[in-house]
Write a protein that binds this ligand. Structure first.
Ligand SMILES: Nc1ncnc2c1ncn2[C@@H]1O[C@H](COP(=O)(O)OP(=O)(O)OP(=O)(O)O)[C@@H](O)[C@H]1O
Ligand SMILES: Nc1ncnc2c1ncn2[C@@H]1O[C@H](COP(=O)(O)OP(=O)(O)OP(=O)(O)O)[C@@H](O)[C@H]1O
Ligand SMILES: [Mg+2]
Ligand SMILES: [Mg+2]
Lengths: 256, 256
């Protein structure tokens, strides 16, 4: 039975897609079959693996709107032990279309349940919003990872995110747990980012992972190359942090 | 009659809110009365001026849902010659509610038209999406400014944005023009960002403003202080660039 992790933060540009791609790659590297689901109409997740729009005929949009479709047909193998269900701009229409459908919050959960026996992990990349698509991700997930840019405007929204998580736990998914907050694009030199990290640790305690992904242009370069950083520069410190994250996630399971 | 400018980019975290706040401050500094409208449920724009949630009773959400309300009552004076209509998380519900209402794409345009004679400029901060709220902004606006982070994943989405702009121009707002693409958070040291800037200039020619806002932690510090950078560090190079942007925008008008 797959463990399903949603990577969520309504603040834009804080490393959600990068975290999903690299955590997925790290889990696959450890021999764990992993499915990534792109739930952002921007469709960045596919492009981080070199998939571009034209190649994707069946997307998560089709599965959400038509539950009769076989979800397995939308899984594209991007690396050994790593599949991906892509998204594209048509998903933007899904929020309005889903709103009218029965069981609208549970649509993604039903899809994941039909695929869960084929994978050890399912990881969902959310877009920068707390709308119906993200609610679907929170309803489908067992656990949540929150990437956080250590800047004031990014920390400011975390309270609202926790409120939304509590609401989903009450109404749709009692098992939902926050696995952790991952500081990303971290630059320890300015006092501001150090202060925001300290404030985050004071506010959220052991929710905050004890490691950070440092800011590095190599992440943007890797995206151009159509690879996660684990492949683009296997020994890069950022790649090592994502391997550590995978280790912590897998280890947690044994404890649970 | 106010000139209405929408600051748009569906990619998250690329400096939209920062650009609206600082362009607004620069226009007010030149003596031009300016209205800022926050159209992002995250409500970051208010917080950049020190306004936090509790203080905002009437928001853009109320005006969009109830056209009978007096829009002037929602305008909060944040600085001399600078007013702001705030947003908060309730706006997230507006997309679904607006979808069912008549003239759903024109709601913001009607609001702006009722306020246009009181201001020289109206500037709209969009959230990271191309949904109905952003369509409202594009329908209400005369001009568009696109902040661009010079990284591959950010440039990738610009084509889709131009397609959406073309669609809005055809269907809802024939006057709509792209005023320019503003490179922000620019760090000229890595080859990657220089390449992406060069590619942007090759693709979009004179749409790209001939200046960039360099990356600087001072922007995040200014947000903590509840001020645009023009106030926080009046002589900071980033503040000067936003003054230059205001100069170019105002000057354009004389040419038009
Ligand atoms: N550790 C890092 N250091 C430097 N740049 C990074 C790092 N992680 C990600 N990036 C870059 O930052 C930008 C934003 O990252 P990404 O697109 O993953 O964020 P996101 O939260 O998914 O954005 P959106 O809200 O638009 O979905 C990308 O250009 C990415 O390449
Ligand atoms: N020139 C700059 N240099 C460094 N940091 C900047 C610069 N401009 C903005 N920032 C910071 O980058 C982060 C993202 O900026 P901002 O919130 O304005 O982007 P946005 O596009 O409005 O994000 P969203 O998509 O979530 O609405 C903020 O923490 C902001 O303080
Ligand atoms: Mg993303
Ligand atoms: Mg913003």
């Amino acid at each position: 039975m797959a463990r399903t992790i949603a990577v969520v933060n309504q603040k834009g540009g804080v490393g959600k897609t990068t975290t999903v791609a690299n955590l997925g790659a790290a889990l696959a590297e450890r021999g764990l079959s992993t499915l990534l689901i792109d739930l952002d109409p921007q469709g960045s997740l596919g492009s981080v693996f070199g998939l571009e729009d034209a190649a994707t005929s069946l997307t998560i949009y089709h599965l959400l709107i038509d539950p009769e479709r076989d979800p397995g047909a939308a899984c594209v193998s991007v690396r050994p032990r790593l599949d991906l269900i892509p998204a594209n701009i048509h998903l933007a229409a899904a929020e309005l279309e889903l709103a009218r459908l029965p069981e609208r919050e549970y649509r993604l959960r039903r899809i994941v349940q039909r695929l869960a026996d084929r994978y050890a992990f399912v990881i969902i990349d959310c877009g920068p919003s707390l709308g119906l698509l993200t609610i679907n991700a929170l309803t489908a997930a067992d656990e949540i990872i929150i990437p956080l840019l250590c800047e004031f405007l990014a920390l400011r929204g975390i309270g609202t995110l926790f409120e939304t998580i509590a609401r989903v736990r009450r109404t749709f998914n009692p098992q939902l747990q926050v696995r952790g907050i991952l500081p990303v694009m971290y630059d320890p030199r300015p006092a501001h980012t150090r202060q925001i990290l300290a404030e985050t640790q004071a506010l959220f305690g052991e929710y905050v992972f004890p490691f950070t992904v440092r800011r590095s242009i190599r992440f943007a370069e890797a995206a151009v190359a159509g690879m996660p950083i684990l492949e683009y520069m296997p020994h890069h410190p950022g790649a090592q942090v994502y391997r550590t994250l995978a280790e912590v996630i897998v280890h947690d399971q044994q404890e649970a």
